[in-house]
Design a protein around this ligand. Structure first.
Ligand code: MG
Length: 255
């Protein structure tokens, strides 16, 4: 089931994608379930929004694919390398990624699978971790690469407004063993790798993150990027596609 959050006639709503239409939901399904209003709206009449705005945090995992750790010039760490993006960095499909050009001269894309947490999670063992997942969406862990190198920690490099595009929908039934990530810049493939190449898998990441933070419904876990990251410029169109979820498309501009 694919869940969208959308704007239609200036009202923000949730819906289930069904054959080119949205079956409108009464409220946010993460909190209110899947009761429908009885209305159907054509998909081409709506603007899709970020399918979730995290209430508290975006948890991110660095260097969770061996080939990406190698291209960054090192080994993958033995334990998940965890950092946060503020929820103010989240934007939706079609929104502009704004390059902070007065502070940074290199803004990179990182296509990633994002886990959407559905229930309050604290100290969840890996064996039960998937019970806490609402679904999965696509994310771009946009990074000011020069600031990441110079700052020593990554709050600025990863945290600018617009640095966390997510969407276009939440898929509640993704087959993690079959999914792969493809990132294109202006139509040219730059990243392509199976999600199953992840070093620490989704249950392990939920267990690890929830041993530190209480995860709230709507929190996101960005699970790391495969090899092929690189910079983009103003005017570039960046697409991150995960088969089974969809394509997240954003265009960049300069501040
Ligand atoms: Mg990343």
């Amino acid at each position: 089931m694919k869940i969208a959050r959308f704007s239609h006639q200036d009202v923000l709503r949730y819906g289930i994608v069904d054959d080119g239409e949205l079956v409108v939901l009464e409220a946010d399904p993460m909190f209110a379930g899947f009761e429908t209003t009885g209305e159907r709206v054509p998909l081409h009449d709506v603007a899709l929004l970020a399918p979730v705005i995290p209430r508290s945090k975006v948890v991110c995992i660095g260097k969770n694919y061996h080939d990406h750790a190698a291209e960054m010039g090192g080994e993958a760490p033995a334990e998940p390398l965890m950092f946060l993006k503020p929820n103010t960095s989240v934007i939706g499909p079609g929104d502009a990624i704004v390059r902070p050009t007065t502070l940074s001269s290199q803004t990179d894309f990182e296509g990633e699978l994002a886990v959407v947490i559905g229930r309050i999670a604290k100290n969840v063992p890996a064996e039960r971790a998937l019970d806490y997942v609402f679904g999965y969406t696509v994310a771009n862990d946009v990074t000011a690469r020069d600031l990441q190198r110079t700052d020593g920690q990554w709050s600025r490099a990863k945290g600018f407004d617009t640095f966390c595009p997510v969407g276009p929908v939440i898929e509640t039934d993704l087959d993690l063993a079959a999914a792969s990530i493809t990132t294109r810049v202006n139509g040219e493939v730059r990243q392509n790798g199976p999600v199953s190449d992840m070093i620490h898998d989704v249950p392990a990441l939920i267990a690890y993150a929830s041993s530190v933070f209480t995860l709230l419904p709507g929190d996101l876990i960005l699970t790391g990027t495969p090899a092929g990251v690189g910079p983009f410029a103003a005017g570039d169109e960046i697409e991150v596609e995960i088969d089974g979820i969809g394509t997240l498309r954003n265009t960049a501009r300069d501040a």
